[in-house]
Write a protein that binds this ligand. Structure first.
Ligand code: DP6
Length: 358
């Protein structure tokens, strides 16, 4: 099945070059929580791809006898990121051997603050993978479709949720028996969105910008001996099917109930792991209660979701933007650290900004 990802050069390697790519973050509607080696999800997931929260990555490379790479964020060396990149390059080595013929400088930049509590791994790994695949396309002439597919496959090896960032407006990762073309190895694009979900908004309340006490990696691991894992994995599969029907039919009521249930179930899994942990903060719960009252009084179809952190994502149709922004300014901003929130919306996925070779 993975034969399609085998590297088959037809041209010689460029001597040097520079490639810039851009990839957004994504927000899962049905959550990935639990994995097997190497980066195989224990249940399928679906996400909306975002627009404004993205990573821009620039790789410049020069042929060299000895492989080496240098990693910077806006030109500043970040040694703490190096081990992650190193193990990513090690994992993709068998699929992309050509990168080891170069000396590579990788520079990245996020539009969202590193300390915002928004994971940069999804946008970061997908931007890097797409840049690598751009070089591969130069050498192998693979189609654009396969370029994205392999970039999603590589991104997954860096961070599971990164596999979904390549495609907009939504992406599905993980095999589902009733959804054709789904795979544990890579994500696929999901396009069939009802008018209600076009330009859907995601306003992210930055409740807590601190570093998480328990990383996603540890959280995923705790699903192994989790008392509710079996039920959770089958619930996620059935929620994915329901969510796809909702995205097609435009049923906002059902959308609200699935997304909120998924968010709370994700955190319920954390609270019932051994050891247990809580990533929500007081502001998270207070914001959720406000959202529920606002929805019942105003009838605005606003729902929330959560990632593996305290921040609250507000999801709603574009038509209600002003009403929701007023609600945030009046009632929710008090729960945001330094009054910070980020306005985002559904977007179209990753792309190459420029590529040049010598
Ligand atoms: C709660 O993709 O960050 O955001 O594969 O270990 O890098 P790794 O985990 P990661 O986990 C994301 C978990 C989540 C849900 C989701 O995005 O589906």
């Amino acid at each position: 099945m993975l034969d399609q990802f085998i590297y088959k050069p037809i041209h010689s390697l460029p001597e040097s070059g520079e490639i810039a790519s851009k990839s957004p973050s994504n927000i899962a509607l049905v959550k990935y929580w639990g994995k097997k080696p190497i980066q195989i999800p224990t249940n399928p997931s679906i996400s909306f791809t975002l627009t404004n929260c993205f990573t821009k990555t620039n790789i410049s490379f020069k042929k060299s006898e000895n492989f080496s790479f240098n990693f910077t964020v806006k030109g500043v060396e970040k040694p703490s990121f190096v081990p992650k990149i190193e193990s990513f390059l090690e994992r993709i080595k068998e699929w992309c051997p050509y990168i080891f013929s170069y000396q590579i400088d990788i520079d990245t930049e996020n539009t969202f603050p590193h300390s915002s509590g928004i994971a940069s791994s999804a946008s970061g790994f997908s931007a890097l993978a797409l840049a690598v695949l751009e070089l591969e396309q130069k050498i192998t002439g693979i189609s654009n479709e396969n370029k994205y597919l392999k970039a999603s496959f590589l991104s997954r090896l860096g961070s599971g949720s990164a596999s979904r960032s390549l495609y907009g407006p939504a992406a599905i990762w993980g095999q589902h028996k009733n959804i054709p073309s789904t795979s544990d190895q890579y994500a696929i694009a999901y396009h069939d969105l009802h008018e209600n979900f076009k330009n859907y908004q995601d306003t992210i309340l930055l409740i807590d910008k601190g570093t998480k006490k328990v990383s996603s990696t540890v959280g995923h691991e705790l699903m192994h001996n989790h008392p509710f894992s079996k039920q959770r994995f089958s619930q996620a599969s059935s929620n994915l099917e329901s969510m796809i029907n909702v995205l097609k039919s435009g049923d906002l009521h059902k959308f609200i109930s699935i997304t909120e249930s998924e968010a709370l179930t994700l955190h319920a899994m954390m609270m019932t792991s051994s050891p247990y942990f809580i990533l929500m903060k007081q502001g998270t719960l207070a914001a959720i209660e406000k959202i529920w009252s606002f929805r019942s009084e105003s009838k605005v179809p606003l729902s929330f979701t959560l990632d593996a952190g305290a921040n609250v994502h507000l999801l709603y149709p574009l038509a209600y933007k002003q009403q929701v922004l007023d609600f945030i300014d009046n009632e929710l901003i008090v729960f945001c650290q330094n009054q910070h929130y980020i306005s985002d919306e559904v977007g179209s996925g990753a792309n190459i900004i420029s590529a040049s070779y010598a």
